[in-house]
Design a protein. Sequence first.
Length: 255
Amino acid sequence: MRINGNTIFIPGATSGIGLALAERLHDAGNTVIVGGRRRELLAEIAQQHPGIDTIQIDTTDAASMAAASAEVIARHPQLNVLVTMAGIMRLEDWTTPAGFVETAEATVTTNLLGPIRLIGAFIEHLRAQPDATIMTVSSGLAFAPLRVTPTYNATKAAIHMLSESMRLQLAGTSVRVVELEPPSVATDLMAGQRESAFAMPLDEFADEVMQILRDEPDATEVQVERVKFLRYGEARGDYANVVATLNAHDPHAAA
């Protein structure tokens, strides 16, 4: 993925990693469109970042995604990059159905069906562009599980394999598939994560991602150094230690 000259749509970018990358991609010389559910946050972003466009979209609602995708394409016919950023991360207790079923269903809808529907809405347009990118967003937890978030882990593992499979199908087309694999980052994705000593500072993460995109434009997986502990535990042969360390350090692990 080239670092500038793109038109990029990032749904789920009204805060956290999405917004940090939207700001940096805009500053690098891209046209950026931020999507989100809350009008007040979108208005605030538009006011604070002149030049960043905004559009209301609910990635859990198929009708909203269809309408928003049509509007994005109409307003930005040069759109060539889709970043499927939206996601939720919630605690689950699998010892009783009341402790996980509703949360698990919501997580699958947002984290897995959301990206699938978004890609479905944009794939024909992207294939018509001479140089296009789909950036999926998985997680270090796709490769090593956090005990208290089983469905989040599973959806991110699914996103990883979906990315691998899409890349095979889209080989030879104008569309590249890039997978962003964040570690724990100091955001409000989950309660207490912003204050966690285990979480990577947001600005440090976003700056390193941008550096990787500059230095490695052909990368298929964007991995900051901190995520490699989780990503390659099985390959290194220390997977059990990775899982134990992850769950010992996370503030929610004893929940």
